[in-house]
Design a protein around this ligand. Structure first.
Ligand SMILES: *Cc1c(COP(=O)(O)O)cnc(C)c1O
Length: 417
């Protein structure tokens, strides 16, 4: 029997919601595999490849594979989709700077003179080093020559920025004296500090705080990575959660005398993917006027979402940002939600912050366990559910599930219980 035509197959999967060309693609693939009866599976594969919302049942709050920080899904960002005053100064009718507003608000919040925004944390550090240290020497502790993840290695970033790396100290111990000697001998223009976001060195270790480093008279650039805006976390209430104890705050980093601080927008700031460069006006200005900035600057979607996130901080309601809300929820509340769902078995779990921040720090949590490995089935439910294995069970940690999704989760899990 002759297989049906590509067109009729493509038409038969209209309900997939895929645009015509992608339905044709599914039809072609199924015919090529002599498998046209299963054309809807091919459509489904294409559909699964599209960017879609998922339910994060992993308990990892800042999950890089799942888009890091969640943001408020009920917020609309009207200026992102319409004409806006992106580069227009409304007061004077002149050309304005696109990220000046949110940049200066962030600077204001963390007590820096000035700030600009780029597309991510990696771009921030790349721009800073290129603008401030191209063909110059930069001091960095051997303990901070780290790989952040996704192949982002500090020595390689320095190299791509055209900066010359001067290694100081040893892997586990770098003393002030090491920096002092290196500063004398090397003609360095800056000291780079990198927060060891994704690992911890314990035991016989030493490193030098910004307060001390700045006495050498060189500008200190600190890549704090995670973007905790204020390490006293007033939005988390008192006492400060112990899992945040080693995380440097942007405000405190500036206070301690760093000339530049860089961080991501979508880790502990709880906003969209972005990179923030904040600090001394002259240095930030040098970054902003470098040609590379033009290539790394974000669009209004990012700026809109970042501005909205910052408003939550300025308005003392950062605790309501989805990231912090999830982090704050008591285990008791999660246990109650699990009970209410009445599906599977209620289990005690440990959530993690993730996003390469706070390794080893865990938060008590509750979730639901189902027998056997259902992770791939759950990924293929209508709104994919990303679960993990714990021993022989599939578990869904409720800390990272929006309570609004509980009803859906319950109905989806019932099928496997
Ligand atoms: C995450 C991180 C980066 C990279 O930031 P992205 O936003 O992922 O590009 C750089 N430095 C440190 C210390 C980080 O933790």
């Amino acid at each position: 029997m002759r297989p049906p035509s590509v067109d009729s197959l493509a038409n038969s999967i209209r309900a997939s919601g895929l645009p015509h060309q992608l339905r044709v693609e599914a039809a072609r693939r199924s015919i090529a595999n002599n498998d046209h009866e299963n054309v809807s599976t091919y459509a489904r594969d294409i559909y699964d490849d599209l960017l879609r919302p998922v339910i994060n049942g992993t308990g990892v709050i800042i999950h890089t594979n799942l888009g890091r920080s969640p943001m408020n899904p009920d917020r609309t960002y009207p200026t992102s989709f319409r004409y806006s005053n992106l580069e227009l100064d409304l007061a004077h009718g002149k050309r304005g700077s696109r990220d000046k507003r949110v940049g200066s608000q962030i600077a204001g919040y963390i007590g820096a003179e000035s700030a600009i925004i780029v597309n991510n944390g990696a771009a921030a550090i790349l721009l800073v080093l290129t603008a401030l240290a191209f063909d110059r020497n930069v001091l960095i502790s051997r303990g901070e020559l780290v790989e952040i993840g996704g192949g982002f290695r500090i020595p390689e970033v320095l190299e791509s920025a055209g900066a010359h790396l001067i290694e100081v100290g040893t892997t586990n111990k770098t003393r002030f004296r090491d920096y002092e000697n290196a500063a004398k001998d090397s003609n360095a223009v800056a000291i780079l500090k990198v927060h060891e976001s994704n690992y911890r060195m314990i035991g016989f270790t030493e490193n030098v705080p910004v307060e001390k480093l700045k006495t050498l008279g060189l500008p200190v650039i600190f890549d704090i990575g995670s973007g905790l805006l204020d390490d006293t976390v007033p939005w988390m209430g008192w006492p400060k959660p112990s899992w945040l104890k080693d995380e440097p705050g942007a405000r405190q980093t500036i206070q301690s005398g760093a000339s530049i601080v860089t961080f991501s927008g979508d880790k502990l700031m709880g906003g969209p993917q972005a990179g923030i460069i904040a600090g001394k006006k002259d240095f930030v200005e040098t970054c902003a006027s470098h040609p590379l900035y033009r290539a790394l600057r974000p669009g209004n979607l990012t700026l809109d979402a970042l501005g909205e996130t910052l408003f939550a901080y300025l308005d003392n309601r950062a605790g309501q940002l989805p990231l912090w809300k999830m982090a704050k929820t008591s285990p008791e509340e999660l246990r109650k939600r699990a009970e209410l769902m009445g599906v599977g078995r209620i289990v005690k779990l440990k959530s993690a912050i993730g996003g390469g921040s706070l390794p080893g720090q865990e938060i008590d949590s509750y979730g639901i366990a189902l027998k056997g490995d259902l992770t791939s089935e759950l990924r293929r439910t209508e709104i994919p559910i990303i679960a993990r294995m714990k021993g022989p069970d599939t578990v869904i940690d409720l800390r990272t599930v929006d309570a609004k999704d509980d009803a859906y989760l319950k109905s989806a899990l019932c099928e496997f219980d």
